[in-house]
Ligand binder design. Structure first.
Ligand code: DQA
Length: 142
């Protein structure tokens, strides 16, 4: 059974209450439930980690290296400037799929840059909670 880490970065714990016009009205917990249901369908085992700290996200990526077969990562705003997270993704050998609820290419200029994209297996952006489910499907097909 493939083991997948679902890793969420800063402010994503506030989903549902945070800018619902941009990120939707589903809570973090509700989205996790949908992901868990999709994982079961795909025969995958998922672990959820959310942190508002860059170091904790890097630690979670390192831990995934020997314990998971893939990562679904929404790094939040770190996507746009964290070379440290970029290097952590490059260091681990497992595929990481970058996801975003919103379409980062259709918003403010600074969001259209992802410093993570070149070291990720792929990027899924703009489909709301479905972005996570599509990422799981992509990892199932690896
Ligand atoms: C986000 C997009 C980022 O630009 C933003 O900082 C987030 C959420 C998304 O899921 O759409 O925190 O990653």
């Amino acid at each position: 059974m493939k083991r997948i880490l679902i890793l969420n970065g800063p402010n994503l714990n506030l989903l549902g209450r945070r800018e619902p016009g941009v990120y939707g009205s589903d809570s973090y917990e509700a989205i996790c439930s949908r992901i868990a249901a999709e994982a079961e369908k795909q025969g995958m085992e998922v672990e959820f980690v959310q942190s508002n700290s860059e170091g904790a996200l890097i630690d979670a990526l390192h831990a995934a290296m020997d314990t998971k077969e893939g990562v679904v990562l929404n790094a939040g705003a770190y996507t746009h400037y964290s070379y440290a997270i970029r290097d952590a993704i490059a260091a681990i050998k497992i595929p990481v799929v970058e996801v975003h609820l919103s379409n980062i290419h259709a918003r403010e200029e600074f969001r259209s840059t992802s410093v993570l994209a070149t070291v990720c297996r792929g990027q899924i952006s703009g489909f709301g909670p479905l972005s996570y489910l599509l990422a799981l499907q992509a990892l199932a097909a690896e």
